[in-house]
Design a protein around this ligand. Structure first.
Ligand code: PA5
Ligand code: NI
Length: 185
């Protein structure tokens, strides 16, 4: 993984309060729709890595966290490699994403189940409003990396998405990423 040329002040992403997380295909069984294609793939394949900096304790009101996500290129059937996706535990907390490298799509779903997508290109900045589930997919042929900034009391709620998914899924059709209704819902 080539690291983007960022300059970290103090110990942001280099010091003690850092979390590194790797999610492999075997950790993501319930997010991909094509179970047959999934079964053919090596569960040890890395889908994404996240490095986060926690300058204050989890749950602190008023602080901010910072992290970089690196999603590898790949697909399960027609579906692109993507993150699990989540609402924030404190539902109204928002977040910013800023794309560093690669090409992606940010899926956003409000609490009424309306899903939309924003194109991610290097330098694009994305505001994720509160009460909105978010997931990112790598639609390119290289690593997609983006930085994220979120409130330290936001928390992650994976439950709703792992049960029902998003109302639309992002698949490749004729070489292009398109949103189609999620038949699972
Ligand atoms: O805070 C965020 O929204 C991101 O840092 C995500 O946690 C990261 O992209 C990984 O996605 P997920 O938490 O849905 O596995
Ligand atoms: Ni988030």
């Amino acid at each position: 993984i080539t690291k983007p040329n960022l300059i970290f002040k103090d110990d942001l992403l280099t010091g003690e309060n850092i979390d590194r997380l790797t999610r492999k295909l075997k950790d993501l069984g319930d997010i991909f729709n094509d179970k047959a294609a999934f079964a053919q793939m090596d569960g040890e394949t890395v889908v994404y890595d996240v490095e986060s900096s926690f300058p204050v304790a989890h749950g602190t009101e008023g602080g901010l966290f910072y992290g970089i996500t690196y999603i590898h290129p790949g697909k399960v059937g027609q579906e692109y490699f993507m993150t699990k996706g989540h609402f924030h535990e404190i539902r109204n907390r928002g977040e910013y994403y800023c794309t560093l490298e690669g090409e992606g799509m940010l899926l956003l779903m409000d609490e009424n189940g309306n899903t939309r997508a924003e194109k991610m290109i290097p330098g694009s900045i994305h505001y994720i409003p509160g009460n909105t589930a978010h997931r990112t997919a790598n639609v390119g042929e290289q690593i997609l990396s983006f930085s994220a900034f979120w409130p330290s009391d936001a928390g992650h709620d994976y439950g709703t998405i792992s049960e029902k998914g998003f109302s639309e899924i992002l698949i490749e059709q004729e070489g292009q990423p398109v949103l189609v209704p999620n038949i699972k819902q």
